[in-house]
Design a protein around this ligand. Structure first.
Ligand code: PMP
Length: 391
């Protein structure tokens, strides 16, 4: 049976070239960058190279503004709590959006209990943040605006440059969770006035368990992990050198290859979207039709459940998702789909397809060929399906 993995948003394969770059740091160059001897120096050099590679992906002028972490959840914690606690004497208001990753939403809920006011700005039907509402939410107590670059579930890319301008004009720290966007679309922290930015290695074909936080020089962040003072005292703990080397290499390949790969993915993405919408009645695209990630198609099918579609497709070797892997432990429909105005049952009937480097046109055509039958079969079993649809 053909295997078609279209859940790259939940987990990407490691690029074999990245693994090659990492391997010596497990087996030969296993020194600690804090050590004074030559093994330490080699690790220190590898760390500096990775910092440069990640900085270059983001258009950051100073590579020391990159701090390595254990992943995006930690980076988001450091960004939001670090900025908020440090700015508490100045103000206690944070602005974010209703469609952020669950890690940002839950950190904000935690900060509310710590005495911060949080405004969750709504989005429109396509998932775009309403800039006027964002502007209206700013008060003289606002110390942080946190908006994701692009949404991993519905693919919508936000007007980051405009939000960065608004934040700068009001002297507010601007944090961007760029996990879903990095390596898919170009990002430039200088041009887009981004002060703090979250990255994850595995979302760029790097290893899991490594992330980074860009912190613009001069932005005040309180460390949330205390220890030996590594990473300029902002993130203590012995650096994960093999992982960091892998993340650096992944960033280098992403920068070099993103443009061509993005063009290829857009063709495949649009082939999937139109192939499905044309062949399956009562199917819809969630998210923005054009301002969307090259690798994301979120499709909705009336009268059936995403979970049963996942199992139906898995039987044919096709792996997709019904939302963010991070929220799949709850039975609640996706907060992102609810925020774009979908009813409970509409949100439940949605599927996320995230394409990747290994996705071919044959894979897409296989999905387009099989999905109509799977949907038809499930609709025939569903009590929600109107009879006239089944004919
Ligand atoms: N932010 C976004 C936008 C994500 O998609 C994810 C999950 N991939 C995270 C943060 C958290 O990442 P991790 O689970 O690797 O810490």
């Amino acid at each position: 049976m053909r295997k078609v993995y279209l859940d790259n948003g939940a987990g990407m394969p490691l690029d074999p070239r990245v693994l090659d770059a990492m391997t010596p740091y497990f087996l030969e160059d296993y020194g600690n960058p804090s050590s004074a001897h030559s093994y330490g120096n080699r690790a220190k050099t590898a760390l500096a190279t990775a910092r440069d590679q990640v900085a270059q992906l983001l258009g950051a002028t100073k590579s020391q503004d990159i701090i390595f972490t254990s992943g995006a959840t930690e980076s988001n914690n450091l960004a939001l709590k670090g900025v908020a606690y440090r700015a508490k004497s100045k103000g206690n208001h944070i602005i974010t959006t209703a469609v952020e990753h669950i890690s940002v939403i839950n950190i904000c809920k935690f900060l509310q209990k710590e005495g911060f006011d949080v405004t969750f700005v709504p989005v429109d039907k396509m998932g775009l943040v309403d800039l006027e509402q964002l502007k209206a939410a700013v008060t003289d107590k606002t110390v942080l605006i946190s908006v994701m670059y692009a949404n991993g579930e519905i693919g919508t890319v936000q007007p980051i440059k405009e939000i960065g301008k608004l934040a700068k004009e009001n002297n507010i720290v601007f944090h961007v969770d760029a996990v879903a966007a990095a390596g898919q679309v170009p990002i430039n922290v200088e041009e887009e006035n981004i002060d703090v930015l979250t990255l994850s290695s595995n979302d760029m074909y790097g290893p899991k368990g490594v992330g980074a936080l860009y912190i613009r020089s001069g932005t005040k962040v309180l460390p949330i992990v205390q220890g030996g003072g590594q990473e300029r005292g902002i993130r203590s703990g012995t650096e994960n050198i093999p992982g960091i080397v892998g993340m650096g290499k992944a960033a280098e390949f992403a920068k070099a290859e993103m443009c061509d790969e993005g063009k290829r993915l857009i063709v495949l993405r649009d082939r999937l979207i139109s192939g499905v919408l044309d062949s399956i009645p009562h199917s819809f695209l969630n998210g923005h039709p054009t301002q969307r990630l090259p690798n994301n198609a979120n499709l909705r099918f009336s009268y059936i459940e995403g979970e049963s579609l996942i199992l139906g497709l898995d039987m044919h070797g096709i792996q997709v998702s019904s939302g963010s892997a991070c929220t799949s432990k709850t039975l609640e429909p996706s907060h992102v789909l609810r925020a774009i105005g979908l009813a409970h049952e509409e949100a439940h009937g949605s599927l996320v397809f995230t394409l990747g480097k290994k996705t071919s046109v044959e894979d897409i055509d296989y999905v387009i060929e099989l999905l109509p039958d799977v949907v038809k079969r499930l609709r025939a079993l569903s009590p929600l399906t109107p009879k006239e649809i089944l004919r």
